[in-house]
Design a protein around this ligand. Structure first.
Ligand code: GLN
Length: 469
């Protein structure tokens, strides 16, 4: 069993390390790190909880599997009484009035949050460079970007600063940084985990999900965080997945696999990523897996549909940040001017680009032509997925078009950055569950199933692990 959670739990129980020591070590590592992943360290909050865990152990009480396990939270989640900045100047000194449901479930299980993690501001980006805290650096090579927007979270897991981290994924923000830093990252089915307390980017695709070094931990965390929540009407009840699913021997002929030919023929795909992906498809075939070639919407169509909708939704969601209720406020003689100054001075350039774009998309005279057209395309994309999943169990695809770029490179060309999301955004529009496994190519491989079929994904990811490692 390669679960880090289980390993740390055993060490705590056996007294190999105290919880206070464990948390202190991880906090120190974060503080001394040059990867720039921490917006805020939750030192006091964490140490207080760690002492209680040690107290329990000392008294001979049983501790639960998650008790005392240090984890990280992308800085777009609310944790009552703690800062929640969304890596923006706007909310740099904003403190959360309540706790996000997913985080509360982890707290209830005894896990200890130690850090609010660097990310692209409000989730806007694919590199964790759009942040007022400075770019996070890739875990494997500090000259390269961490990926985004949950870059700080993926790096923290890869470096071992946190046992796991909770990212947010609207169009790829868990999967792409997981691939760039060689860890697992799951975007569950839309609604499987409540979004309550996650700052809204594009509400119709926002998802909460875990990042970890092992499949076992992805499974355990999905079980803890899932479930219907009164505060999020799109959330639903789901069945717990048993660890047994990925513990037993899995055979290749249990699966029918599909992959999109046009994704692989995309000229933007890095030749080495392409070569490794194709080679893997051949390996699957020779292992008796049934593989089908499928055709799908062009990457550019997926990207433009996603960005039209995401920008429209973020423009609406961020309208609430006007200096009256949340974060900073610049007063002026006129209310309107006060709003304008507050918003112009405290959103990043990239966020402002999206707000302007989104309002354009929604404006009178353009809405039918752009916004409604994007909605129609989204429906067609969903229908195509429904059809696909009557024929195959799993769709495999690359995670990213390229390898992680150097820090500073993508900032020059926002359009190129949007286009690099070609492989992740479609599955978000479909609300489908999809996992990045760090194996097969340099930026991993993406495993997708029909809604609610996370069990199949985990099983297939285990199968990949068995045949590749
Ligand atoms: N890179 C995509 C975007 O900027 C996805 C971001 C996300 O999932 N939060 O919209």
């Amino acid at each position: 069993m390669s679960s880090e959670i289980v390993k740390v739990h055993e060490d705590l129980k056996a007294g190999k390390i105290s919880c206070v020591q464990l948390i202190q070590e991880r906090l120190k590592a974060l503080k001394n790190s040059s990867n720039n992943t921490a917006n805020y360290l939750l030192t006091e909050f964490a140490m207080e909880r760690a002492s209680k865990v040690d107290e329990k152990i000392k008294n001979g009480e049983e501790i639960g599997l998650f008790e005392g396990i240090p984890f990280g939270i992308k800085d777009v989640y609310l944790l009552q009484g703690q800062y929640a900045s969304a890596s923006s100047d706007f909310l740099r000194n904003y403190k959360s009035p309540y706790t996000a449901t997913a985080i509360q479930k982890l707290l209830d299980a005894g896990a200890i949050p130690i850090v609010k993690e660097n990310c692209d501001s409000f989730g806007h980006g694919s590199s964790t460079e759009n942040t007022v805290f400075g770019a996070s650096k890739n875990a494997l090579n500090e000259e390269l970007v961490a990926g985004g927007s949950s870059g700080g979270s993926a790096v923290n897991v890869a470096k071992g600063y946190t046992v796991f981290s909770i990212g947010g994924d609207t169009g790829g923000s868990i999967r792409q940084p997981a691939g760039y830093n060689k860890v697992y990252g799951l975007k569950p089915t839309y609604g499987r985990i409540s979004r309550y307390g996650l700052m809204a980017y594009a509400s119709s695709t926002d998802c909460v999900g875990p990042i970890s070094k092992s499949l076992e931990d992805i499974l355990l965390l999905l079980n803890v965080m899932s479930g219907k929540d009164y505060h999020d009407q799109t959330s639903f009840e789901s069945e717990q997945i048993s660890l047994g699913v990925i513990e037993k021997q899995i055979r290749g002929n249990e699966f029918k696999i599909g992959y999109y030919k046009n994704f692989i023929e995309n000229k933007a795909l890095d030749p080495e990523l392409k070569k490794d992906f194709i080679k893997f498809i051949e390996t699957l075939k020779s292992n008796g897996v049934e593989v089908k070639e499928l055709d799908f919407f062009d990457g550019n169509i997926l990207v433009s549909t996603y960005y039209m909708l995401a920008m429209a939704e973020t423009a609406s969601n961020l309208a609430r940040l006007d200096g009256t209720n949340y974060g900073v406020r610049h007063s002026s003689d006129s209310l309107k001017e006060g709003y304008a100054i507050t918003r112009s001075e405290n959103f990043t350039e990239e966020t402002k680009r999206r707000i302007v774009g989104g309002n354009q998309v929604l404006s009178h005279g353009h809405a039918e032509e752009i916004y409604l057209k994007a909605r129609t395309l989204r429906e067609q994309i969903k229908e195509q997925f429904d059809k696909e999943f009557t024929e195959v169990d799993i769709i495999l695809s690359p995670v990213s078009t390229g390898k992680p770029p150097k820090i500073g490179e993508t900032l020059k060309d926002p359009l190129a950055m949007y286009l690099s999301d070609a492989y992740t955004v479609g599955f978000s529009l479909g609300g489908l569950p999809t996992l990045t496994s760090p194996l097969v190519t340099e930026t991993g491989i993406q495993i997708t199933s029909a809604k609610g079929q996370e069990e199949k994904i985990l099983k297939f990811a285990k199968y990949i692990k068995d045949i590749v490692e």
